[in-house]
Design a protein around this ligand. Structure first.
Ligand SMILES: [Zn+2]
Length: 171
């Protein structure tokens, strides 16, 4: 499953990438008022269009494009809306850059010195020998720190809520 999302859904884009899904966002491109055409064209290439725009949803449906309308402002509720249409795996994965959507890879031992030059990577963690991942496309470095625990907790809550609200759809 691959997605393309409108520029209103920046946080949802981040979460879909955290879950490992290939997600193109209109906000990554300078589209100057041609956003709808861009979204419809890309969505035709086997991507599911996620949007908050009802008019765009109707256009996509008429064009035979798979489209999912989300209504909520809150990102976890947006994910929940998507879950009622698609079987999304709510397990975070270190596979995709949340900034640019490229695949990330494990940092090799000989590259660890390079991490210390990044202001946002704590030196202590590098010395501790934990695993890091890097995006070769934009240079962003990732690791499973306290933010990662937080991600797990929020997804766990969402899973619990889904189990209560839709017990019959669980297999
Ligand atoms: Zn990147």
């Amino acid at each position: 499953m691959k997605f393309i999302v409108d520029r209103m859904l920046g946080r949802l884009t981040t979460w879909l990438r955290l879950l490992g899904y290939d997600t193109v966002s209109a906000s990554d491109f300078a589209l100057e008022g041609k956003e709808d055409e861009f979204l419809l064209r890309f969505a035709g290439q086997k991507r599911i269009l996620i949007t908050r725009d009802r008019t765009l949803r109707s256009r996509a449906e008429r064009a035979g494009i798979r489209v999912c309308l989300v209504n909520s402002d809150a990102v976890m509720e947006q994910l929940e809306e998507m879950l009622s249409h698609y079987d999304i795996d709510l397990e975070p994965k270190m596979v995709r850059c949340t900034i640019c959507n490229a695949l990330i890879r494990k940092v090799r031992p000989k590259e660890l010195g390079m991490l210390k030059r990044e202001d946002y990577v704590p030196d202590a963690l590098v010395e501790e020998g934990i695993e890091f991942w890097i995006c070769d496309s934009c240079g962003k470095v990732y690791w499973e720190g306290s933010h990662w625990d937080n991600i797990h907790k929020r997804l766990e809550k969402l899973r619990e809520r889904m189990a209560v609200e839709r017990p019959l759809t669980k297999s």
